[in-house]
Ligand binder design. Structure first.
Ligand code: COA
Length: 202
């Protein structure tokens, strides 16, 4: 099976999503802007993401970007900045890629002001096309906290199947949350018509 390299040679491509919206592979030059977005959205993000207290200075964001670069260099998936008219609106990426089982999972966030525009749904659709059509993966998973209505709406909108629940899957500062597991298989993707079909009615 040919594996698609997400590493420097191949990952450096920008993915156009729609007019003014694109995904760019994270780069150390993004650190200041990404930290500023994170810092301005601390309360919004902290409701559902566990890492906010570990990001206090721009150096912490740089460390995250370096980790993302190492991830891409070992062909284990990529982290992209979601850009709107050039400005960073959020992040979408793979947690890792399990090449043996042809499986990956996606994570995402956007600043509060960038919600409600379909950015993440569209970005996921592009990464699904890449996963199923280019990388020939068989399964993509998205896990969301049960109470995270907006996050759960993303895989639902894209036609993922709700497959089950993992109890107390994640520690969020002072409490556990249960996760709902959403899965899409390559066969689901093809049946839905690929990038033109999967949830593209919005
Ligand atoms: C989860 C999160 C990324 C979802 O953001 P979102 O804006 O709801 O998702 P999308 O970008 O796909 O946009 C969907 C919204 O845009 C609207 N929309 C507008 N045009 C659209 C289009 N062309 N296609 C799809 N949706 C569109 C949808 O109706 C929906 O809004 P609604 O919920 O008010 O109905 C965001 O809430 C977030 O960052 N939360 C904090 C971090 C987090 O929870 N991350 C996920 C952890 S699992």
């Amino acid at each position: 099976m040919a594996t698609v390299q997400y590493n420097r040679a191949r990952r450096m491509q920008t993915i156009a999503i729609s007019a003014g919206v694109r995904l760019t592979p994270l780069d150390l030059e993004d650190a200041a802007d990404l930290f500023a977005l994170t810092d301005a959205n601390r309360a919004h993000l902290r409701a559902w993401l566990p890492w906010l207290d570990g990001v206090r200075r721009v150096e912490d964001t740089r460390a995250f970007i370096r980790t993302a670069e190492r991830q891409a260099a070992r062909n284990d998936g990529a982290q992209f900045a979601v850009r709107v008219d050039g400005a960073i609106a959020g992040i979408i990426g793979h947690h890792r890629i399990d090449w043996r089982n042809r499986h990956t999972s996606l994570g995402y966030w956007v600043g509060e002001a960038y919600q409600g525009r379909g950015l993440v749904t569209a970005a996921c659709r592009s990464l699904l096309a890449h996963a199923f059509d280019a990388a020939r993966l068989n399964r993509v998973e998205i896990r969301c906290a049960v109470g995270n209505r907006r996050s759960r709406a993303v895989p639902r909108r894209l036609g993922f199947r709700e497959e089950g629940m993992v109890r107390e899957a994640e520690w969020l500062y002072d409490h556990f949350v249960d996760h709902v597991v959403y899965g899409m298989l390559a066969s689901d993707w093809r049946r839905a018509g690929g990038v033109r079909g999967a949830g593209s009615s919005g």
